[in-house]
Design a protein around this ligand. Structure first.
Ligand SMILES: [Zn+2]
Length: 400
């Protein structure tokens, strides 16, 4: 996920890891002896391996290639079909010409799919980028939350669908490369899609699903983009949230383009973006597997699996709208976050721990007061939107 500004603390860890390969007991497409729910034990080995020192922060070869290979092998193991031209699981992303005149490979997207039944020509794409920041000298950026957490979700959701009865629409599972470099992998995919883009009925992506916003006491997954297509709000509201998980819909304009939905949004393809939000370890060497909330990753994975199933079997598909509707719930969600921030700051101050600076506290309090007034009024108008967007972005910049 792209960031607003950067902090680089120091950290070293030395455990070598090998790719776990006995994860999938289910035969591809056969009967699945595993429980229906995706469990913490399912997602954990993926995250531990992808965030291990062996993969060197998945920013360059060979570490990044090991990650791509791992995902490719899992896709093949669970019985997905290769997604790209020429029967490959890889979509090579060309870079500059090298001396020999050859085109250097800048990266590779990894993709597999499952044919649907009667609406096979319509596609639901589920994605999660696998690249991260790499290493600098002896310091590497594990990227456990960004974005090994969502790659684990992608692999386990794909496994569940591959082991079950095919839905009506086809499902494509794509792990993009080069998200950390201006979304280059998803831009390349949209410019070179395996099928005409109008056949893509919904694009779903996740980025950071294994922690909480600002390490706040939240078990919330934010879902962005449902306001941008008719039918998506109902789809999310019809999907029961797994126990212990709170689902909060927010307008994508509150955060801007932060991940691989960007190029799809530009093509006006309906999309959903799932994230539990930034935290102090984001884009630092402290984003390690040990700090991941594995039960939350499993809960979010089960939620996304249900959303995919509903979208793949629904009679109709979401329709893009250029006039998104916004609701007071968004204001309630952001207001609640300001309350949590101030409550934590009170506790920090009482315990003589470093908390918010005076300016940060002043900013957060101001936003809380302003949002409180809107909540009292109980309605939100289009005219309110610009100031709500400013408040949300100021909050993200100030407190996270
Ligand atoms: Zn990311």
């Amino acid at each position: 996920m792209k960031r607003y500004f950067v902090v680089w603390p120091l950290l070293l860890c030395c455990r070598q890891a090998t790719a776990p390969d006995n994860l999938f007991s289910a035969e591809p497409g056969g009967t699945n002896s595993r429980p229906a729910e995706i469990t913490p034990a399912d997602v954990r080995p993926h995250i531990e391996y992808l965030a291990s020192r062996a993969l060197q922060g998945r920013g360059a070869r060979p570490g990044k290639l090991l990650a791509a290979e791992y995902i490719r092998n899992k896709f093949e193991q669970i019985g997905l079909r290769p997604l790209f031209f020429g029967g490959g699981f890889y979509q090579s992303i060309p870079g500059p010409r090298v001396k020999s005149g050859e085109m250097e490979e800048l990266g590779r997207n990894v993709g597999g799919w499952l044919p649907g039944s009667d609406l096979q020509q319509e596609f639901i794409i589920l994605s999660a980028h696998y690249d991260h920041l790499g290493a600098e000298g002896n310091i590497y950026y594990p990227g456990a939350d960004d974005n090994a957490s969502s790659v684990a979700m992608l692999l386990e959701v794909a496994r569940q669908f591959a082991a079950g009865k095919p839905p009506r629409r086809s499902l494509a599972f794509v792990s993009f490369d080069l998200e950390e470099r201006l979304l280059w992998g998803s831009r390349w995919f949209v410019a070179h899609p395996p099928w005409p883009l109008p056949q893509v009925k919904l694009f779903i992506t996740a980025d950071l699903i294994g922690r909480s916003l600002g390490n706040l006491p939240l078990s919330t997954i934010f879902v962005m983009g449902s306001e941008q297509a008719l039918g998506l709000k109902d789809l999310i509201e019809r999907t029961p949230a797994p126990p212990g998980l709170h689902v909060a819909r927010l307008g994508v304009d509150l955060v801007g383009t932060r991940s691989d939905y960007g190029p799809f949004r530009s093509e006006k393809i309906p999309f959903l973006f799932f994230s539990s939000g930034e935290h102090p370890d984001y884009h630092t060497p402290d984003d390690t597997a040990e700090r991941i909330d594995f039960p939350q990753v499993a809960r979010v994975s089960n939620l996304i699996r249900q959303v995919c199933a509903q979208a793949a079997d629904a009679d109709s598909t979401p329709r893009w709208t250029d006039a998104p509707e916004h609701e007071i719930d968004e204001v309630r969600t952001i207001h609640h976050i300001t309350e949590l921030l101030l409550a934590r700051d009170d506790a920090d101050k009482a315990a003589r721990r470093p908390g918010l600076s005076n300016l940060q506290r002043f900013t957060v309090s101001n936003i809380k007061t302003q949002l409180g007034r809107t909540l009292e009024r109980g309605t939100i108008t289009a005219a309110d939107r610009p100031s709500l967007v400013r408040s949300a972005q100021l909050l993200l910049l100030t407190a996270f």
